[in-house]
Design a protein around this ligand. Structure first.
Ligand code: HEC
Ligand code: HEC
Length: 167
């Protein structure tokens, strides 16, 4: 009995550190739950470490809403975000293009205002963005049907009330 208790305690102490495969799954769950309720849980690869650190420091005023967390969850999520950030772990061409477009003297808090993002989305007519099914370019899943799986391929783009995007 005591042995299990010790194991559980050690596991708790290390939560937030991706030490075991099981742990990293748990951490991702915490991220999905806490950062995926108002909008999709954005892939950490979209922003550099410094952006996530800055964002996690002022969650009480997060784009005009209060998204604050208790200290434990905040730390767990900060470790998850910074260890998977675009400047340390850009795993696909989209993530590395995004990362490369951000100059080192900038600390963007919005993915939707990075140079690569703006370049990719500048051809979309305003009415498709402003319509109630989309509302904002931050609402990736409204158009990118596979965004939650981290896939942004053009084939999977479907704009509400318009359809597939051909350019
Ligand atoms: C209470 C609701 C809420 C929670 C919880 C929340 N956010 Fe947000 N978040 C917002 C709002 C509102 C915006 C602005 C969306 C817009 O402009 O359409 C936003 C925007 C963002 C953006 C910028 C999107 C863009 O424009 O590229 C990022 C990145 C982000 N949130 C990350 C997080 C992270 C990380 C967490 C968890 C720590 C989190 N959010 C939790 C409400 C929330
Ligand atoms: C209004 C619909 C819409 C929203 C919302 C939207 N996108 Fe897009 N996105 C597009 C379209 C359309 C393209 C293709 C533009 C082109 O190639 O002309 C695109 C292209 C991209 C590409 C490049 C794909 C490629 O292979 O060239 C990435 C990456 C991407 N979007 C990420 C995002 C992310 C991340 C978000 C949310 C923060 C987002 N998008 C929100 C419509 C949208």
């Amino acid at each position: 009995m005591k042995k299990y208790l010790i194991i559980a305690t050690v596991a708790t102490l290390f939560s937030g550190v991706t030490l075991f495969g099981v742990e990293s799954k748990t951490v991702e769950k915490v991220y999905q739950k806490e950062c995926g309720s108002c909008h999709m849980a954005y892939q950490p690869q979209f922003l550099p470490q410094r952006s996530w650190s800055k964002m996690m420091k002022k969650l009480d005023n997060h784009f005009d809403v209060d998204a604050s967390l208790d200290a434990n969850d905040n730390k767990t999520i900060l470790v998850y975000l910074t260890s998977n950030a675009g400047d340390v772990k850009a795993s696909t061409k989209h993530f590395s293009k995004m990362s490369n477009s951000i100059t080192s003297n900038e600390t963007p808090l919005r993915i939707s205002q990075t140079p690569y993002f703006l370049r990719e989305h500048r051809g979309i007519p305003k009415r498709f963005i402003e319509q109630k099914e989309v509302k904002s370019l931050a609402n990736c899943t409204a158009c990118h049907t596979t965004a939650n799986q981290g896939s942004y391929s053009e084939r999977a783009i479907k704009i509400p009330n318009y359809g597939r995007w051909e350019d």
